[in-house]
Design a binder for this molecule. Structure first.
Ligand code: ADP
Length: 301
């Protein structure tokens, strides 16, 4: 950044946010978090008192290269989605300084915080979370959308501990049957080998990421973790991981992870096939989880 740019003070997000297109006014409430571009606040519609998450992006940040186009692509994809396991998109608008996206509020943060607190989850919990994640991803894939950045931090939780997939910033639409995407601007967390090898990629990358998510939830750390990104990428390309043996894990869980973490994308099962995997029927699948399970191991008896 040049010194001239540094001198200009960043505009502040107003306490009253007005959507001139609909005449709706929101009161800005508590700060939720900050991502690569966006700041997220609780916002309340002054007329209805309904509370939402407001994802707010400074227009200054959108001036660089193709950031504006990327954000429009995210909005274009997200606004077309309606599913219980996907953060609902309610609208977007702007003022001279900011772009605002109005989203379903997920007050219980994300599965990243859950993982930090609990490290490993019980198999019934993993069944619960993986099923909801897969129902959301099935919906995306049936609409020809690949998420491309499924990770714990993008799996938000509402007050009822329901999974809501969010942040469609790297999502892409498959335009014709069999299309392989060649480019991806950004660094997905649980990146699939075919993206690293630039071989062309499609829906299978989401299955790979879900394999990494399931592994992390059961083992307590990601499958290809090393001290450097270079080493991690090497391990991913060689599909080099192991599931530690002190197994309190069911064979079905191990089999499901192994089916998803296959180097060859065409060998991975589809989301539909995964939802029928014996893992989901070999043990207890809770219909709901108590909020206390976000911090303490729940007992199912
Ligand atoms: P970016 O696209 O800039 O990375 P994110 O979508 O990751 O932005 O959002 C930034 C932060 O805002 C998240 O880490 C999270 O703390 C919070 N956040 C995002 N969406 C919601 C939501 N729907 N409900 C509650 N908090 C959210």
């Amino acid at each position: 950044m040049t010194s001239i740019e540094q001198k200009e003070a960043d505009p502040e997000i107003p306490d009253l946010i007005v959507d001139n297109t609909t005449g709706t006014t929101y009161v800005k409430g508590r700060f939720f978090g900050k991502g690569g571009f966006a700041k997220c606040y609780e916002i309340t519609d002054t007329k209805t008192n309904k509370v939402f998450a407001g994802k707010i992006v400074s227009k200054k940040l959108l001036l660089k290269s193709n950031q504006k186009e990327k954000m429009m692509q995210e909005i274009e994809i997200h606004r077309s989605l309606h599913h219980d396991n996907i953060v609902q998109f309610y609208g977007f608008f702007d003022d001279p300084n900011f772009v605002y996206i109005v989203l379903e509020l997920c007050r219980k943060r994300s599965m990243m915080e859950l993982h930090r607190r609990r490290k490993t989850l019980t198999e019934p919990e993993v069944r619960y979370y993986m099923r909801q994640l897969m129902l959301g991803v099935l919906y995306l894939h049936e609409k020809n959308i690949i998420h491309r950045d499924l990770k714990l931090g993008n799996l938000f939780l509402n007050d009822d501990v329901q999974v809501k997939i969010g942040d469609l910033g790297l999502a892409a639409r498959i335009e014709y049957r069999g299309q392989r995407k060649r480019t991806l601007c950004g660094t997905p967390n649980y990146i699939a080998p075919e993206i690293l090898n630039k071989k062309g990629h499609s829906f299978e990358v989401d299955v790979w990421s879900m394999g990494c998510i399931m592994y992390t939830l059961l083992v307590g750390k990601p499958p290809f973790e090393t001290k450097s990104l270079k080493d991690t990428y090497g391990k991913i390309k060689r599909c080099e991981y192991r599931i530690p043996t002190p197994l309190r894990r069911s064979q079905q869980a191990v089999m499901m992870i192994m089916s998803m973490l296959q180097g060859e994308p065409s060998k991975r099962p589809s989301v539909k096939e995964l939802l029928n995997h014996p893992f989901f029927s070999c043990g207890y699948l809770p219909p709901s989880l108590p909020v206390s399970s976000l911090t303490m191991t729940p007992r199912f008896d």
